[in-house]
Write a protein of this length. Structure first.
Length: 197
């Protein structure tokens, strides 16, 4: 019981600042998007431990900043943007450069190939696809970091070009240009040359 001389506020005045966001149900968000974020980080960093750590950090940061989510893009795009920024920060550290110098690849290409999102089809079709991914991955690893990121977002995560522009904070034309250059390099290295006689 509140004494008469104390002024009380209506219960709704305390909850006006706390708006509901799509990220309030963290368990569902993690269940839906964790495989996608992890797959992107694993393909980008090629280090399972770093990918697992940064995946957790992505969801922690998303949860902490959920009230700043403006809903001008999808939750998946926002999470990938957070993951991309964490990956960039991670690759800038001296420790990362040291381990990259020691081992150019911390995981086997088979592991990345096996985590492709589409698992439909026969075992033979999956094996052929995994072999093709091995060959293409070698070329993708040689792309510039920006080209590789855009390529992975487009073809591994199946994001649309405008979503990639939002996730990477790059203009649409720049995303298209980097994607074109990446595709051109991959096609020239993996398209059989016609013999001229």
């Amino acid at each position: 019981m509140v004494p008469d001389n104390i002024k009380t506020f209506p219960p709704t005045s305390l909850t006006l600042d706390a708006r509901a966001t799509p990220l309030d149900d963290l368990e569902t968000i993690v269940a839906l998007y964790q495989p996608r974020v992890f797959r992107f980080l694993l393909a980008n960093l090629r280090d399972r431990d770093a990918a697992e750590t940064l995946t957790q950090e992505t969801f922690l940061r998303a949860w902490s900043a959920r009230e700043s989510f403006r809903e001008d893009c999808s939750v998946a795009t926002w999470l990938i943007r957070i993951a991309l920024n964490l990956a960039r920060d991670h690759t800038r550290t001296g420790r990362f450069r040291f381990w990259k110098h020691i081992a150019t690849s911390a995981i086997d290409v088979d592991e990345v190939a096996a985590s492709l999102p589409n698992r439909e089809g026969s075992a033979e079709a999956q094996l052929i696809a995994q072999e093709q991914v091995k060959l293409i991955w070698k070329t993708v690893a040689g792309l510039s970091p920006r080209q590789r990121t855009i390529f992975l977002l487009r073809f591994l995560e199946e994001m649309e070009i405008p979503e990639i522009a939002i996730a990477t904070s790059l203009p649409l034309g720049t995303v298209k240009s980097h994607l074109y250059r990446a595709l051109h390099m991959i096609r020239t290295r993996h398209t059989p040359q016609k013999e001229t006689s």
